[in-house]
Design a protein around this ligand. Sequence first.
Ligand code: MTE
Length: 314
Amino acid sequence: MLIKRTGDLKTSEITPEHLYLNRRDFIRGASAAGIGLASSLVFPDPARSDDRWPRGKRGPYDTDEEANTFKDITTYNNFYEFGVDKSDPAANSAGFQPKPWTVRIEGDVKKPATYNLEDFIKPYKLEDRIYRMRCVEGWSMVIPWRGFPLSDLLKKVEPTSRAKFVTFETVYRPGQMPGQKQRFLEWPYVEGLRMDEALNPLTLLAVGLYGKDLPNQNGAPLRLVTPWKYGFKGIKSIVKINFTDKEPRTTWNISAPGEYGFYSNVNPGVDHPRWSQKSERRIGEFFKRKTLMFNGYADQVASMYAGMDMRKNF
Ligand code: MTE
């Protein structure tokens, strides 16, 4: 995964070589195509930078920490389908069309189907939930998501007893996603969860944030949210959900298996091979804060991993 540091490291020293070279090509291509416009020109800022999600009474799943601004959440992103810099998703995703959209449910499931997004979402009660989110690169945010528990979907589509894992796949549209013309990663982006993780009440399928539909750069129109895991589990712009009996391959594990495992649980006790995970920088803050085990959600999730060696199963 790319990580930006100030100081004496060159990008070429902290990035797998093929990504570094492709990234240079992408930047050259993007400026030639004139798509490197400042994000503020493409996306007028709908919330002033000092606007925050209202504090008020909070529900049982909400953190009481202050939410990041809408601007932070929508201009500092990872979404390699639109480029590898944090500002690329906002700058390069205006032409992406999240409507119309279909979601395919398949595999070891009693009710496979292809839904259009409206029908897919209709049966579920949408909730706003304020979650702490931690990226494997060492930064974090607090995001007010809008979505529904993945477990509600599972109850409806009924995975069979063979199903032990759920996999997710991002749309493949190189015409609208300029990053997919480069081999930053293997496309389409894929991710997965073990069945008990998918059924955990914290796991959301999100369709919005800040009370609005998901912006393109955050994974419109449908993405996964698992707040006790590093952010790369949160696969964006999902078109396929598959049930399987085998642990699935996942995009970052394919890209760098020694660095990104299947579980990806936030764990300050297990460093990334190239940097510490003990602390994090909350976007918008200057001083670092300590990273919490399971990103502060241990009470809700630790029992799922009882007896597992978290160093081996990182
Ligand atoms: N999903 C897809 N399809 N492509 C990506 O590059 N990046 C992941 C994850 N989901 C990514 C993705 C990473 S590394 C992070 S940290 C989160 O999205 C960032 O989500 P955000 O930009 O909404 O904060």
